[in-house]
Ligand binder design. Structure first.
Ligand code: NAD
Ligand code: IPM
Ligand code: MN
Length: 363
């Protein structure tokens, strides 16, 4: 059956990495005789330039009518001083909200061949396999008011950190469901020594844990969690946390894999469609140079095949191909290692494609 995929390349390196990931998707389509119906749509700064808004209604409709969505990245200095509603990031926040994508799954695995590319010691990161489950549609990102105003008569600004209990419960449940299939440990990260939302978060996490007697729940303060992630990351299995803490901790966790350019993600709702995107941004500093690492986006496609289309074989083949290409020493600049072969974005995609063809032939 035809699978409808909305593709939103966005800004900066977005179009480059998405073009690469689409080549891989087409390779899978041909080799496995699938039918993917692709519809491209605008989001972010490029959408603001064309239509005056970072998330045109047409894009929302295309996403809602699709079976899955692939997104590149949004943002860049060109749009940084626009009024808030025209900023590229607002497009991303709005599509997450429109599609109710409350759980953002950000896995971090350490590829053996990349252990030397991380600034961390090899024995600390070898064997790391953790998942950050980030709440994605609530918290300080969405609380109102969010504005500049007088505070005690003096100029200032306010943002609002708020959570409904249900918003906490559903994402914590998602984390437990994932942990059940893995090492059966959930670390709920909060700032309960200071924030009321965190104290409620902690209570709800403990209540949810009662439904999962096989899974261990541990609570950890976010400052300690940030430290533990680089000191002893192997202690973690599934980390569940609120929106902003999850944003920060997952960028930190990416260093365990060697580079931000390696981390894929899926954003899940109750009934779909799900959205897949690399966790990194539009990397304006390297945009247009054909040097960005496309692997996070390629691995996001693999997540899409597995989670939205139940194409387990196809997803695994992509992951194996990525692993093999890294083992053979092909590297974009963000994951350089001694004696490696430096490749461009497009060359890396070609290597992964070749490897997929080889793996399918052998199978
Ligand atoms: P960034 O993630 O874009 O870049 C951080 C650093 O990592 C840069 O040095 C960049 O070159 C490097 N990097 C990122 N992805 C890479 C890749 N695939 N290959 C090689 N190197 C890579 O974060 P930033 O610089 O803080 O933000 C730039 C813009 O991106 C901002 O406008 C920000 O709002 C936006 N942003 C968007 C998303 C998203 O669309 N999901 C995520 C984060 C930031
Ligand atoms: C991410 C990004 C976004 C976020 C920004 C661009 C709104 O950093 O996807 O991690 O903070 O969620
Ligand atoms: Mn981020």
């Amino acid at each position: 059956m035809k699978k409808r995929i909305a593709v939103l390349p966005g800004d900066g390196i977005g179009p480059e990495i998405v073009a690469g990931a689409m080549k891989i998707l087409q390779t899978i389509e041909t080799l496995y005789r699938h039918q993917f119906e692709i519809t491209y749509a605008d989001i972010g700064g490029c959408a603001t330039d064309k239509t005056g808004t970072p998330l045109p209604n047409e894009t929302i409709t295309i996403c809602k009518n699709s079976d899955a969505i692939l997104l590149g990245a949004v943002g860049g200095p060109k749009w940084d001083s626009l009024p808030v509603e025209k900023r590229p990031e607002q497009g991303l926040l709005k599509i997450r909200k429109e599609l109710n994508l409350f759980a953002n799954i950000r896995p971090t695995t350490c590829y053996e061949s990349l252990a030397a590319s991380s600034p961390l010691k090899e024995d600390i990161i070898a064997g790391v396999d953790l998942i950050v489950v980030r709440e994605l549609t609530g918290g300080i990102y969405f609380g109102k008011p969010s504005e500049r105003r007088l505070i005690d008569g003096k100029p200032g600004a306010v943002d609002t950190l708020q959570y409904e209990n249900e918003e906490i419960e559903r994402v914590v449940e998602k984390a437990f469901e994932i942990a059940k299939t893995r090492s059966k440990k959930v670390t709920s990260v909060d700032k309960a020594n200071v924030l009321e939302t965190s104290r409620v978060w902690r209570e709800i996490a403990s209540q949810v844990a009662e439904k999962y007697p096989d899974v261990i729940l541990e609570h950890m303060l976010v400052d300690n969690a940030a430290m533990q992630l680089v000191r002893n990351p192997k202690q973690f299995d599934v980390i569940v946390t609120e929106n902003m803490f999850g944003d920060i901790l997952s960028d930190e966790a990416s260093v365990l894999t060697g580079s931000l350019g390696m981390l894929a993600s899926s954003s899940l709702s109750a009934g779909g469609p799900y959205l897949y995107e690399p966790i990194h941004g539009s990397a304006p500093d390297i945009a247009g140079e054909n040097i960005a690492n496309p692997l996070a986006t390629i691995l996001s496609v693999s997540m899409m095949l597995r989670l939205s289309f139940q194409m387990e074989n196809e997803a695994t083949i992509i992951e194996e191909a990525v692993n093999n290409v890294l083992n053979k020493g092909f590297r974009t600049r963000d994951i350089l290692a001694p004696n490696c072969t430096i490749v461009s974005t497009t060359e890396m995609v070609e290597e992964v494609e070749k490897e997929i063809r080889q793996l399918v032939k052998v199978a």
